[in-house]
Design a protein around this ligand. Structure first.
Ligand SMILES: O=C(O)C[C@H]1NC(=O)NC1=O
Length: 243
């Protein structure tokens, strides 16, 4: 069996469960999913400050996963926090859920819209569109204006707001697909795709299949150039465990 480490960069155990279950639902028969989150950090990631904190936890988990011999890693937060730093540390492929969902969307539609949680995190998605070269593929970005952990409060309110936003986006944006902009929405994609008749794409499941593909093709993270392992230094204090 090959093991794919799926890292929820926030410390919410409920969301880690949601993410792990979605990943397991699509994993190949020979793939085992190891769903983890940092032991310390931020309970939800809703801005640049949260992303900076979460990135350290991602790197710690990458190190642990590598020591455990996982074949690849998924960063299951829509900001892809710490992605390039994680790629320096990792031997296997590292795929962020935003880039995975965006890539998949471009394969089934000429334009996609993004539906995420808080309006203030839209800028993070915009920056990723620029970084990954998908600006011209994105028709619109929307936020349901609820916090990330509203997805885990059991009320179903956030899920219904995502559904309504998707319906409106399909009607108004001229997009052919929707990208769900939060790891906590991973369990909504398949039912929304069926109900709306339009590809609604979740990055957790997309990233799991992309890591499986990369592994099957024998493609590890390139160590030629800027994603080579980090230059060895004496990391001190709280960073000692990253040595
Ligand atoms: O930016 C967001 O809304 C979603 C992002 N935050 C988080 O804690 N997990 C995520 O996927």
């Amino acid at each position: 069996k090959q093991v794919i480490q799926v890292i929820n960069p926030n410390t919410s155990l409920a969301m880690t469960e949601t993410i792990g279950a979605a990943a397991r639902a699509v994993a190949a028969g020979n793939t085992e999913i190891l769903a983890v989150c940092p032991t310390q950090g931020v309970p939800s990631i809703e801005g640049h400050f949260d992303e900076a904190i979460a990135a350290i936890g991602v790197l710690e988990q990458i190190k642990i996963g590598r020591e455990q011999g996982v074949c690849g890693h998924v960063i299951a937060c829509f900001g892809d926090p710490g992605l390039l730093a994680a790629r320096e540390m990792a031997q296997g492929p590292v795929v962020g859920i935003a880039e995975a969902a965006m890539h998949m969307a471009t394969l089934v539609a000429t334009r996609f819209s993004i539906v995420t949680t808080l309006p203030r995190t839209l800028i993070i998605a915009r920056h990723l569109l620029q970084q990954y070269g998908f600006e011209h593929h994105c028709a619109a970005l929307h936020a349901i204006d609820l916090p990330v952990l509203a997805l885990e409060d059991g009320s179903g309110l956030a899920q219904e707001k995502v559904r309504q936003r998707c319906i409106q986006s399909i009607r108004e944006d001229g997009c052919g697909a929707i990208v769900l902009g939060c790891g906590g929405m991973a369990d909504l994609a398949q039912s929304l795709t069926r109900e709306l008749g339009v590809p609604v794409i979740d990055g957790v499941t997309a990233a799991v299949k992309m890591v499986e593909s990369l592994v099957a093709l024998g493609l590890n993270t390139s160590k030629h150039g800027d994603l080579d392992y980090p230059i060895r230094k004496n990391l001190s204090g709280q960073f000692e465990r990253l040595n």
